[in-house]
Write a protein that binds this ligand. Structure first.
Ligand code: ADP
Length: 498
């Protein structure tokens, strides 16, 4: 049976290649392209941040006449730009409001390190604006697919202030949660700004969370279908506060409508055969380029290149508690006394900046610490490292372990969320497996697992086999995109009984 061709709007606060702070941008950059290849019509919308390079992407104004949007009595104007490609497979739309979006960072003040105080208003405007944009363009989507708290109000608007609007009478909503720890929590006063009927705020209502407002809860409560980015994480977030961050009960209430779909990888961007950001391409059949990339990585990072092949462990990450750096800090001295080198790329919590700066001062020949966002270096680390470390406390999906597999960079991961779903523990008895996996969140287990990886590295033939096990895995988007189409159809069925 042929699948119905859908019109899909993907709404995301960040999208590769325009604006990125984490894995969400990779997902909303790649999925739309694959959906169009499956025959669906897709548009993507995000705010026009300062980071979005107008000239590079040839942005131009779309002629539209939007009504002003009032937030708590203050009127805000929006306008719209697009990427102006004549026959694009995907059309990218950018919502413009310079007061709200033309800032140095996407979500937080670079100087203070704290979230912008008006993040509630910024993303209320975004959510309201998206629906007005659709009406203005007279483009009726079957599906509005929203992502994370920044767009989570849209499913609620569709079922409250726009519920009688004939324009949306055939539109269903999907809400993807990429990380449950980022919830968009605001004080009660934010409720009035949202602009839905006053009687919707009461204890345990979708708009109320312990006396305050929680955008994620709103999205979970109102979306027709909800999903998160791996099957294991979909189970974990319902299991208790450790993963559910207080929303486990709300998620359990929606259990029948909650799915886990693992993210895919855009192999046009992340594969060692095609990667334009690395100097030496390579493949499972010819790994010689990887050795050269390793040398270049060490030179770039001011680490000595030894004649003996010392293993290099790469880390690319937001420096947040989630990512397991407290475990790493407990074993750092032990680890750096071994014959290995570590390259770290990341930004985030100040305490980890301090920790890693201290380590690089103490062990300048062993560890290179790069506290910035640097896409080119990220690609070089994937290509030039031997192992990739991801000891996460929790991990909704995780992308870097998947990139690592493709680049023959063997992942060392904790068995949680998407890491549990994508990395198979290496079994020396039969040579099967793609990485090194530990179960409990403990520094001791991490230490033993790294030692196991280092021991295996000593045997070059075994190691190359392990690398190739990973390089031959396929995590391309096509299978996952088809699963998204299935949940889009479920959402339509649920909403319209079709
Ligand atoms: P999360 O979304 O939790 O940050 P993921 O593993 O899902 O983690 O995705 C992280 C993405 O961001 C990957 O594409 C990774 O390469 C990229 N990334 C993270 N930190 C940096 C950095 N400092 N420089 C370049 N890329 C980074």
């Amino acid at each position: 049976m042929e699948t119905k061709k859908l019109r899909i709007l993907i709404v995301s606060p960040e999208v590769v290649p325009f604006a990125k702070t984490g894995g969400l941008a990779d997902v909303t950059g790649a999925l739309p392209k694959v959906l169009t290849q499956l025959g669906h019509q897709v548009k993507v919308i995000l705010p026009k941040y300062k980071m979005v390079d107008e000239n590079k992407f040839h942005l131009s104004e779309v002629k539209t006449d939007f009504p002003v949007i009032s937030i708590n009595g203050k009127n805000h104007k929006i306008s719209l730009k697009n990427d102006n490609v004549d026959f694009p497979p995907v059309e990218y739309l950018f919502m413009v409001n310079d007061e709200f979006y033309y800032r140095d960072e996407l979500y937080r003040n670079r100087t203070t390190g704290y979230d912008y105080e008006d993040n509630d208003e910024r993303f209320i405007l975004f959510a309201r604006g998206v629906l007005e944009v659709l009406k203005n363009l007279d483009w009726h989507p079957d599906i509005i697919h929203v992502n994370d708290w920044q767009s989570a109000l849209i499913p609620a608007y569709l079922k409250t202030i726009y519920t009688d609007d004939p324009f949306f009478k055939r539109t269903a909503s999907i809400f993807s949660i990429h990380n449950l720890a980022y919830q968009g929590g605001f004080p009660k006063s934010t409720f009035d700004k949202i602009g839905v009927p006053k009687d919707l705020f009461y204890p345990t209502s979708p708009f109320e969370f312990w006396g305050n407002v929680n955008f994620l809860k709103v999205g979970i409560s109102y979306a027709d279908i909800i999903n998160t980015v791996s099957e294991t994480y979909a189970v974990e977030i319902q299991s208790g506060p450790e993963f559910g961050y207080g929303l486990e009960g709300v998620l359990r209430n929606r259990n029948e409508d909650l799915y886990g779909i693992i993210n895919g990888i855009d192999y046009d961007v992340w594969s060692p055969e095609k990667d334009k950001l690395i100097p030496h391409q390579f493949s499972p059949d010819d790994l010689s380029g990887k050795k050269k990339d390793k040398e270049l990585l060490l030179e770039t990072c001011n680490l000595p290149v030894s004649r003996k092949d010392v293993p290099v462990i790469g880390v690319i990450s937001r420096l947040a508690d989630q990512k397991g750096f407290d475990l790493l800090s407990q074993i750092a001295d032990q680890l750096l006394s071994l014959d290995l080198q570590i390259v770290i790329l990341g930004t985030g919590d100040e305490k980890y900046h301090v920790l890693f700066k201290e380590l690089s001062t103490k062990y300048p020949k062993k560890i290179s610490v790069n506290l910035r966002f640097d896409d080119s270096l990220a690609h070089l680390i994937e290509a030039g490292s031997d192992m990739f470390l991801m000891p996460s406390k929790y991990e909704p999906c995780g992308l870097n372990q998947l990139y690592s597999l493709k680049y023959g960079t063997v992942p060392i991961v904790r068995k949680t969320g998407g890491l549990a779903d994508t990395i198979e523990n290496y079994d020396p008895a039969n040579g099967q497996g793609t990485g090194f996996v530990f179960k409990n969140y403990s520094a001791q287990e991490l230490w033993e697992t790294i030692k196991r990886a280092l021991k295996t590295y000593e045997n070059i033939e075994t190691w190359v086999r392990l690398m190739k096990n990973g390089m031959n895995k396929d995590f391309s988007w096509e299978a996952s995109a088809k699963k998204y189409v299935e949940i889009y159809l479920k959402a339509l069925q649920k909403r319209f009984k079709v």
